[in-house]
Design a binder for this molecule. Structure first.
Ligand code: CA
Length: 740
């Protein structure tokens, strides 16, 4: 009878609208065989008309097309046999853009086939398994749904794409890719009693690339928070593919008890599955395949009763917090948000195949002094990446039983009794069970078995030079015109001659600008404060040009290349090759490249360049001055480059604060010369808070020493083969340690 009421309510709406109903009015598509109905809606207004009366068995079909600013709220009481469904007319053809979001509340609701893109959520969440604090979703499911690049343009503004509340919910076969702003991609919350011991299932999802975020807050999945971490979540995370999820040191941040991570693949993902808080979690049958990429790790173990069994760890290069296996030291009587002692860890039957580091009692210091106890490391195969053992012991390991393990190089004396050393442990592609040691069976999940079929998974590789080549002639505004027409990956070839630009050129996608004739450099000048502004996912390779700053205005904040936080938050890339810069003196602080606060470069690479007569810093990456562990550049490499007559510093990088969540900044400077840099009063270069500094075979003349300030972590440093020529007689680089 209720069915009839709904039908007539809609019929009346239609009838009362007018003779020819406007587009947003709903249509009823009643299935022949039953009282179940399919309701086609064509607009948010149309949806609003039926939203209050959704009943068990109803299927709402959202019409193909773009739905802008759609605040989709689905509330109702479905049943297991007759759920309430909201589906795309065709999967992938219903686009929610602008300020759209989705909230579910009630029981047995299923959503499928939607795509969120070209916008960002106006709320804290894009997809929420609750409508408000009192209206949670239970036994509900979101499937076959895509969220791609749905980012708040302000990088520091925090949101989360998917948040699960309630109990018995399922999130499966979805595609989440390209989150750039602050906040985990997905979380499970335990903030009320009704969301604990939840039995959620998160499976067969494709978690696509999450670029380096550049501070804490770049997790791909977090389950729980420290506050409720001693309660049970009982969430299953199964057969998901984590593809280059490299936002920060925690790929997954497990912060609750009783969870299971099974059959997942972690591919080229920096950091680890971190058992950060809570007890009694199982990690089994997963594949951690670093594929040799930087900082790739496996599992980091903290707390009590954690089980890590039958996993395959392969080609992982990470060390310390990002090792293939990291067993942390705890804090005695730890506060809930610090490090609880490892107690009763069971690490058994795993294969570690070509891994750089297994870190035991990691983090041992005066605060973290509680060593692992009642634990076992048994029947594992361990093959290091080099001829020496990957094991590092930072404290007493007598609380861990080592037995039945096989390895190919002699482990440290304190644990060696638990290993037989055999150099003949070989086999490809996987080294599986050898006797009782090692992992057995299938590991992980195939990428193609995750996500949706109708939405492509991003490919790897350089963004540059994948497109068309276009010739550009000298003159006024010719580069701007060519950039405007260019597609992603295109190459603009500049003929010899003079180019002048009266407008700032926006670069929001990968482009190469290159001399057509490398022996006859085109000469570039510009009349605004910047020549190029990088925004969104802008990437620029500049090769073989000569640039003058002489036509720029006499204004503060001039910079040949600048960035824009307002236009979007993408990770930027810049390469400057074989190019010359001269005459940037028109104003007191002219820079060559500046990163605005809230913008982030993945890579800045400079090679075969000369910088001469510059009044400010050449590379100015010091705008994140809040000491929150945020910074402007992940990887900066300078090679075979000459700096001379620079009033500021050649490079200024600032990462303040003591947060341990990032790998960068990484700096490499090699085979370069510095003459009259810093005007004798400023450091030649500043690396404040860098986590890796490699400075080799450079030459400095009449320049103040470079300054490396250690603020946190255990930075890697290689400083060698550098020379200085006086005056003043000097060292090339000074190191200041500000840790404790
Ligand atoms: Ca974190």
């Amino acid at each position: 009878m209720k069915r009839m009421a709904l039908l007539s309510a809609i019929a009346m709406t239609v009838a009362s609208a007018c003779a020819t109903p406007p587009a947003e009015v709903t249509e009823l598509l009643t299935r022949e065989d039953s009282s179940l109905q399919r309701i086609l809606v064509r607009s948010p207004e149309g949806y609003a008309k039926i939203a209050k009366n959704l009943k068990a068995g109803d299927t709402v079909v959202l019409a193909n097309g773009v739905w802008r600013d759609f605040d989709l709220v689905i509330q109702g009481q479905g049943t297991a046999e007759s759920p309430i469904q909201v589906v795309a007319e065709e999967p992938g053809q219903v686009i929610l853009s602008g300020q759209s979001s989705l909230r579910l509340g009630g029981n047995h609701i299923i959503v499928s086939g939607l795509v969120f893109r070209d916008g960002y959520t106006p709320r804290n969440e894009v997809i929420s398994f609750r409508i408000d604090r009192d209206t949670l979703a239970n036994n509900s499911r979101v499937t076959q749904t895509v969220i791609e690049n749905y980012n708040n343009p302000e990088r520091a503004l925090r949101d989360t794409w998917v948040v699960m509340y309630g109990r018995g919910n399922e999130f499966d076969r979805n595609h989440l890719s390209g989150k750039l702003n602050s906040g985990p991609t997905m979380t499970v919350r335990l903030n009320t009693e009704e969301s604990r011991n939840n039995g959620h299932k998160i499976h067969h999802n494709y978690f696509g690339p999450r670029p380096v975020f550049g501070s804490n807050g770049g997790e791909t999945l977090r389950i729980g928070t420290s506050h409720y971490s001693l309660t049970t979540s009982n969430t299953l995370v199964e057969s998901n593919y984590f593809d280059r999820c490299s936002g920060e040191v925690e790929i997954v941040s497990n912060k609750s008890g009783g969870n299971t991570y099974r059959d997942n693949t972690f591919f080229e993902s920096r950091g680890t599955l971190t058992l950060r808080h809570g007890n009694g979690t199982i990690v089994e049958n997963n594949l951690f395949d670093g594929n040799g990429a930087l900082y790739t790790g496996g599992v980091r173990v903290i707390n009590a009763q954690q089980t890590i069994r039958n996993n395959y760890f392969k080609d992982l290069t990470g060390t310390r917090f990002s090792g293939a296996l990291v067993v942390m030291n705890g804090v005695p009587d730890s506060p809930i948000n610090r490090y609880h002692q490892v107690d009763g860890a069971n690490i058994t039957g795993n294969t570690f195949d070509t891994v750089s580091a297994i870190e035991l009692a990691e983090g041992s210091d005066t605060e973290r002094s509680a060593v692992p106890i009642n634990s076992s490391f048994e029947n594992n195969i361990v093959l290091g990446a080099t001829s020496s053992t990957p094991f590092n012991l930072y404290d007493d390991m007598s609380g861990v039983t080592f037995a039945g393990n096989i390895t190919d190089s002699r482990p440290p004396e304190a644990i060696s009794r638990g290993f037989s050393v055999s150099e003949t442990v070989t086999g490809t592609p996987f080294i599986s069970k050898d006797g009782d040691a090692g992992a057995d069976g299938e590991y992980g999940v195939d990428r193609n078995e995750t996500g949706v079929e109708w939405f492509p998974k991003p490919s790897a590789g350089s963004p540059f030079e994948t497109g068309q080549v276009t010739s550009v002639l000298p003159g006024e505004g010719t580069i701007a015109k060519a950039v405007k027409k260019a597609a992603s990956g295109d190459i603009l070839l500049l003929s010899p001659g003079a180019y002048n630009e009266a407008r700032i050129i926006d670069i929001s996608r990968p482009l190469t600008i290159r001399a057509a004739d490398s022996s006859n450099k085109p000469v570039l000048s510009f009349e605004r404060s910047n020549m190029f502004k990088l925004s969104k996912s802008g990437a620029l390779r500049l090769d073989g040009v000569s640039v003058s700053g002489a036509s720029a205005p006499d204004a503060k904040g001039n910079s040949f290349i600048a960035t824009s936080a307002r236009a979007g938050v993408g990770n930027l890339t810049l390469e400057i090759l074989n190019s010359d810069f001269d005459d940037f003196m028109i104003n007191g602080a002219f820079a060559i490249v500046t990163a605005e606060k809230g913008t982030f470069f993945d890579v800045v690479k400079v090679s075969g360049a000369t910088f001469k007569n510059i009044s400010g810093d050449v590379f100015k990456f010091n705008s994140e001055s809040d000491d929150y562990g945020i910074y402007n550049v992940e990887y900066m490499e300078i090679s075979d480059t000459d700096f001379s007559d620079i009033r500021g510093s050649a490079v200024s990088i600032y990462r303040g604060g003591r947060d341990e969540s990032t790998f960068g900044p990484y700096v490499k400077v090699t085979e370069s010369t510095f003459t009259n840099v810093g005007n004798g009063s400023q450091p030649m270069m500043v690396f404040h808070g860098a986590q890796s500094v490699e400075v080799t075979t450079n030459l400095a003349e009449n320049s103040a020493p470079a300054e490396f300030v250690i603020t946190t972590g255990i930075p890697k440093t290689i400083i060698e083969g550098n020379r200085t020529v006086g005056p003043p007689p000097s060292v090339f680089l000074t190191t200041t340690d500000m840790r404790q």
